[in-house]
Design a protein around this ligand. Sequence first.
Ligand code: ADP
Ligand code: DP6
Ligand code: CO
Length: 323
Amino acid sequence: MSRARAYTNIALVKYWGKRDPQQMLPFNSSLSLTLDQFYTETSVTFVDDVADQFYLDGEVQPVSAKITHVIDLVRAQSGLQKAALIRSDNHVPNAAGLASSASAFAALALAASTAAGLKLSRRELSILARHGSGSASRSIYGGFVVWHAGQDDQSSFAEPAIANTEQVDFPIAILAVLVDQSQKKVSSSAGMAASVATSPFYPVWARTAEAAIPKMTAAIAAKAVDKIGALAETNAMQMHATTLSADPPFTYFEPETLQIWEKAREIRRKGLNCYVTLDAGPNPKLICQLQDVEKIIHEFQKEFPNLTFTSCRPGPGAYLVNE
Ligand code: ADP
Ligand code: DP6
Ligand code: CO
């Protein structure tokens, strides 16, 4: 049996749209920060059984097509012809759209490949995880990570965005704000497919996001948290514009999402760096300077006393956990 842990990541330049849904190739490259607070642990054992089995948080669940796809790739690569017994635990606020698929499929890729006797490189793990969920290709690594869109299966992988780091000493904090715990109505896969198929803005989105990658990389290299935040906020809103411009239009925003964004802009006018990004869900993540965390939480709690904040720092790449 092999057990692996992987952490979620927050995209600073988003992946939103598949050029090739079969091979899980994206239209544009993306760039993220792996976080140290939310993670998935998954163990995989290959057994003599008729079918794969999946337990999530202790309860038996249907084996999703995405899980089967990853396990089939592991069986094909290793030659093993056994069934997988998979036990997974999500240490993320339950189903709150905090990128559970990223930590889930990064952990599954590492646990399943190891259990099958494969010794994959980080790049090979990133490609395997990508087949389960695109954002999972990035959670194989810690710190700031870029997923190169690539041309084909082998050239579409993630790697550290800047050399030799998990950036534990980087002066950045991500405050995850929980406004809504409920499961999202439109999955990431379905949402991005709708944007690709129906938003007339989609081609402009993909071009603009690709062009944001070198800008974000430069801001990270300069440790310019304000610049990182400003670029991330612009990119996030450009992504969400492809949902509002879809036909029929849809949005992941809740009223609180806009209130929090407005509050962040107000805090900026007071001279503090506080920027907003959000993935395919209503829960904003605030990007700020490490030294400003307490002040920013205080500012928010004056107006929103019931909100909970989880303060995140750069987290590690996926690793094997010993029982
Ligand atoms: P999120 O924002 O949480 O990543 P997605 O729509 O991208 O939302 O993906 C959610 C899907 O990820 C769920 O439908 C579920 O099938 C899958 N998932 C979540 N946690 C796990 C896990 N630990 N193992 C396998 N699949 C998981
Ligand atoms: C908005 O990786 O969850 O979080 O590849 O279909 O599983 P699938 O989608 P997923 O999409 C993530 C979308 C996003 C942006 C990002 O993480 O880059
Ligand atoms: Co996801």
